[in-house]
Design a protein around this ligand. Sequence first.
Ligand code: PHE
Length: 431
Amino acid sequence: MKSMISLNCKSNLLLKSLNVFSKRSYNTLDAWSNIPEHIKVKQGRRLFLQNGHPLCSLRELLQQQFKEKPINIVAKESPAVSTITNFDSLGIPKTHVSRSKSDTYYVNKDTCLRTHTSAHQLEEFQNLAESKMSKKGFLITADVYRRDEVDASHYPIFHQMEGAYLWDRNDKGSMLRDLESVKLDNNLQKLVIDEATLENHDDLQEVYSSKETELASIHLKNSLTLTIHNLVLMTPDSGLDKSQVRYRWTYDSFPFTQPSFQLEILWKGAWLEILGCGVVRENILTHAGIQNHVGWAFGIGLERLAMILYGIPDIRLFWTTDDRFRQQFTPNNITTFQPYSKYPLCYKDISFWIDESFTANDFFEIIRDVCKDLVESVDLIDQYTTKAGKTSLCYRVNYRSMEKSLKNEDVDLLQDNLRKAMASSLNIQLR
Ligand code: PHE
């Protein structure tokens, strides 16, 4: 999954003292601080808690799928977490790209905006341990933040749901019973392609027997296939032949699960990635104070799934305050988005010389800051390097409002402001 923190990692750098982020550090800015205004103004909108909003309905519908399970259901507040929580607690190596300033928003060197809900795994596992395992898992929903490109499926704030479920290794019976309860019927089984069965996997966690890993993996895959399929069955039939839907499991890799998998869905003829998951690394559990347990975790991007199920074509729509969007939806229902109008596109090209300090994400941040949600996408349309080694880039900035027709002079002004902001804050030379 492109947007996921995905890598092969053997190091398990779990630090004991997982501090919660402290107010003092939030106020201390340093060379790492890079949270722009456009993020600050959207922080706190909590779309996933707004009754009737598709992200809220999707959260509710997903939660309902897990209602039989003894789990904690949590909505996380402040997105500022320590880098230890977001990265180290999960074994993400110090050198991993997701830690760079160009990929992550930093409050300061030690505090970032969480880049995934996995940041809260350890804390929630600790809560299970403290409750003496009276609950077996959790579902966390939160806003997460990543610096990224500008297009219809990327937005610097989005939402994830993280789930986990554990069994006591001494209680084999409960695992087998749970497996029975997520058996797929023959019809659903026919829609599933499993390219990630364990017989060819030569790098399983040694602490667990291959049988335990296999049972946990099957329970994981079946639970999630059922969950997603139940949501698919709730979507309106318009334009979709549900018998054509397929689910495909492939291997993935995350430092905090082993083995790791990805689920894709064949939807209207295209394979789309919808979630990442795997068998939780045992050392994360023992660090949380949970001994002798085995289980799984998953993380799912709510926008991505909502765009599929509700037919929402552009991720910016989730943030619109236009009633024509909001009033289409009723709580805890999946209906197909009715486009109210598509306003004309207007594009402007921008060319500039760069040096080695240039990163595209810095440029995209300036666009988001200056043009807000009026830019639909940005494409690199030309790039060349002179004999003397100077590189020039040309980007096409596609302007389109979701709410009104943009006037030429509005776009000219935006482009002009964009050029000024680039000249003053990037090491580039406009052409
Ligand atoms: N945190 C991962 C991501 O956002 C998803 C994930 C969650 C994978 C839990 C495995 C287990 O990319």
